[in-house]
Design a binder for this molecule. Sequence first.
Ligand code: ZN
Length: 433
Amino acid sequence: MKIRSILLFVLALSVFFIAAGQSDKQSLKTGVLRAGIAKADITPDIPVMLYGYASRKTPSEGIHDHLYARAVAFENGGKKIVMVSTDLGSYTDTLYSVIKKSVMEKFGLKDSEFFLAAIHSHSSPVISLDVNKLHINNVQYTRVLQQKILTVVGDALKNLRPVNTGAGKGYSPVGSNRRETTSDGSVTLGRNPYGVTDKEVLVLKITDTDGKPVGAIFDYATHATSLGPDNMMISGDVLGISEQFVEQILGKDFVSPVFAGASGNIDPWYRILPSFNTENGWIPETVLLGTLLGEEVVHVFMDIKNTLPGGEISSAFEIIQCPRKSLDEKDEELPALDQQKTVPVTITAAHIGNDVAFISFNVEMLTEIGMAIKAGSPFRHTFIITHCNGSSGYLPPAALYKEGGYEINSTHFAIGADDIVIKKALRMLYDLK
Ligand SMILES: [Zn+2]
């Protein structure tokens, strides 16, 4: 009797260890990937100065569509990635630092674990805490925004649960190269359908472990500027509308943050007509383009059949200094540069498993540079995220400097900065692999 009990005990113990060993083997390989996703309305409830065009001298006049902050948190083995997309213009380096500090203190994150991006909507509030430089309503708005970002990050982290992920890609015609050559040979802001344009739509599908859709991160290279400078209403423009479209189609509680890819020289294919008229409600150009892009995201999402559990994560953060353009090379109408010799480029990189990487930059990267990084990346799907973790302005490829044009006149970077950034980005991606 005694021997039988011992044998039974040993048998039970070995069954337990075999079972534990198997699940251990699996988690040793890929760990348990958890994700949490959250969304907050960040539409201003007071009139605010709008971002992006110097020609607008008065505050906003109503709301075309609501603005949101969307956060996705990933966790595996204690490592985290928190990605926040906001339907805004851009964050200055100073504002990013202030918000990052409060987020890191509250949630114990590292530099490399936090992405704070804007979709570059030119119909969103200018954001800053500087009362001397900005309309008081905008400062007030920014203070509220800061609290809402803390809340949305907290909510995403609270929602962490095991998930499956899978990635895929499609193409959308919504963005077009905007560097148009005029009859006298100069380059102006217009449309250049034959120019280089990255039309890839990257999608990361997130489901719960039963396959129920939870969210999608998507990445597309275009300015969110279809409303143009005459618009005085709040809007997320093309990218904001595309997020809302995807969420409408994929169901209640589904959250789909977009990140703007390398879109420094890419505009939406067309803009609002000169006879700008909003009396009938939503503006067709913006809604149509946003719907087109959103439809492709839904399509790619549905086509991703192979979602898997697990996937190790890790991340890296670097600030590199790139050579600054000398003052006499600059367009005289632009604000005088400070006397520093370099311009900082903040790069944050992270990966999920062997297939998916995110790499972000605090610059308006021109599309050629993003395509070069994607092509050289050791990951199958590399999400390029611009307007992220600060703002150092346009980063053009060296080959375009001789052509001139808006992005070249506006950039702070000297020729050759692109090469430094591409090499550093690829180094960081290879180190994560
Ligand atoms: Zn821009």
